[in-house]
Design a protein around this ligand. Structure first.
Ligand SMILES: Nc1ncnc2c1ncn2[C@@H]1O[C@H](COP(=O)(O)OP(=O)(O)O[C@H]2O[C@H](CO)[C@@H](O)[C@H](O)[C@H]2O)[C@@H](O)[C@H]1O
Length: 467
């Protein structure tokens, strides 16, 4: 079976968030299960594309409304990615230093059109097209409705929703950008009088998955306007929990770490990484270190961080370190807090630092209001760092509270300043019993969240569609 993943992000080529991690890992694990699984993504102007070489495998022109644009399909040469990577190069629209911007409608539409133009003329027709999030959401519509892609309409399509908050909305005035289709079917593109690529994908894809079972249930109640649609389409919807890349996120081999470690050397290994962090960020090594890594957006609860941090630091003898960027007002408030003792922050994106924090922190905070799956809690477990989570979505599916049978993490129910600071105080009390704390670190390092099971679940789904 030949599977083609189509995505705006893929680690290590271009990463903004967890979407990249999933698309960069899942194909490798699918290949271990004896299927061919490859990735198509846009060709951005970044370190990875500048430092690697690509072969041109296809060259053509695409039509985007009234414009004709040249494009190339580039294949990464000498890849050690363990899957084939194809990049769509549209110099005028896509080749930028950033992944997302204000003109995403045109950029990602051109990307999707170029991809389908190429696939239509390709010898190696995929058996399954697996799209990710709204940036690729018009593909199932175009494959089934646009006259020029008629030859592709029998290829099953799967949409994975990593985040339903963002839907790629654009005005019906831009409908002319989509390759011609029978206008009586324009309703397939529409949700609440606007073109909604995520809704179009939910309607037109053969199957829809979310990245955890709980998130699928939650979306049927609240999906930023799409809840009725998900209920209508529920027969083709399932939740499959993400895994993590066991090889990238491995304390024994992670090159980013100050010191590698195993379960048996977890105490000295984590200490070396914590020492480096405390030195770098002027924090006290003897205090338990609570950290947050991620996008500073409402879904992650980050608007409450300034108040949460002040209260938690006043009530507990702890340190807090944050790595993230996003909402400008939150960034400003978190920067203004830098004078506070026992607190520090790096406002920005830093992959290496994130790995050292997963290793060196004692606790990872995830007070998410919405969390489709969440990868940070799984990275924390693998690195022996205790997660403190709001029990929703994938966090609910992966973290069991200490007070429950076989528990190993801390859950709170609802995101309020008091709920989060109470959870931090509970964590701090647990930390005081060093023997129990270390025992728990070893226990969580052994929890298996590798992709093995989930990669197989996707393959079972593909097979059910090919019948
Ligand atoms: N400033 C920074 N510096 C360095 N690294 C940073 C960083 N900010 C974030 N990261 C990294 O980006 C990733 C974020 O993963 P999440 O699962 O939290 O993703 P996100 O919400 O983007 O994705 C969506 O898709 C994923 C994948 O399906 C779902 O798990 C998730 O719930 C859903 O919201 C992690 O690898 C994290 O370490």
């Amino acid at each position: 079976m030949n599977i083609l993943h189509i995505s705006a992000e893929c680690y290590p080529i271009a990463k903004v968030g967890g979407l990249a991690d999933v698309v960069g890992a899942l194909p490798k694990y699918q290949r271990e299960l004896n299927v061919t699984s490859n990735v198509v993504m846009p060709f951005y102007n970044n370190k990875f594309t500048q430092n690697n070489s690509f072969d041109i495998v296809h060259e053509d022109q695409l039509i985007l409304g009234y414009d004709t644009l040249s494009f190339k399909i580039l294949k990464l040469t000498n890849s050690n990615l363990e899957f084939d990577l194809y990049c769509v190069d549209i110099p005028e629209l896509i080749y930028k230093e950033y992944v997302y911007s204000a003109d995403d409608t045109e950029r990602f539409l051109a990307f999707q059109i170029a991809t389908l133009d190429w696939i239509s003329s390709w010898q190696e027709n995929p058996d399954i097209i697996h799209i990710h999030d709204h940036h690729t959401g018009l593909i199932p519509f175009m494959m089934t409705q646009s006259y020029k892609y008629k030859s592709l309409r029998f290829i099953p399509t799967i949409l994975t929703i990593h985040n339903a908050q963002y839907q790629g909305w654009f005005s019906h005035r831009k409908v002319y950008l989509i390759p011609e289709f029978n206008f009586k079917d324009v309703g397939l593109l529409d949700w609440n009088s606007i073109i909604n690529p995520l809704a179009a994908a939910i309607k037109c894809a053969w199957a829809v998955t979310t990245v955890s079972p709980s998130y699928m249930n939650e979306l049927k109640l609240s999906a930023n306007g799409l809840e009725n649609l998900l209920n209508q389409e529920s027969d083709k919807c399932i939740g499959i929990l993400n895994g993590i890349d066991w090889n990238v996120w491995n304390t024994e081999t992670d090159d980013y770490l100050i010191k590698n470690y195993t379960k048996s050397t977890v105490v000295s290994g984590k200490k070396a990484n914590k020492e480096w962090l405390c030195n770098e960020f002027k924090l006290d090594i003897d205090k338990p270190l609570f950290a947050f890594i991620g996008r500073l957006v409402g879904e992650k609860g980050s608007d409450l961080f300034p108040e949460i941090f002040k209260k938690a630091l006043a009530e507990n003898d702890i340190s807090i370190l944050l790595l993230g960027s996003g909402n400008k007002e939150t960034e400003k408030q978190l920067t203004a807090l830098l004078d506070t003792e026992n607190y520090n922050a790096y406002i920005g994106y830093d992959e290496k630092l994130s790995h050292i924090i997963y290793a060196g922190a004692d606790f990872i905070l995830m007070p998410s209001r919405v969390e489709p799956c969440g990868l940070n809690q799984m990275y924390s477990l693998r690195y022996g760092t205790m997660p403190i989570v709001n029990a929703i979505g994938g966090l609910k599916d992966t973290i069991i509270d200490l007070e429950q049978e076989d528990g190993f993490g801390i859950r709170h129910y609802g995101v309020t300043i008091t709920n989060v600071t109470t959870a931090i105080s509970r964590a701090n009390s647990f930390y005081q019993n060093k023997k129990e704390f270390v025992k728990n670190s070893k226990k969580i390092m052994a929890i298996d969240h590798s992709w093995n099971n989930s990669a197989q679940e996707y393959i079972n789904l593909y097979k059910s569609l090919k019948k």
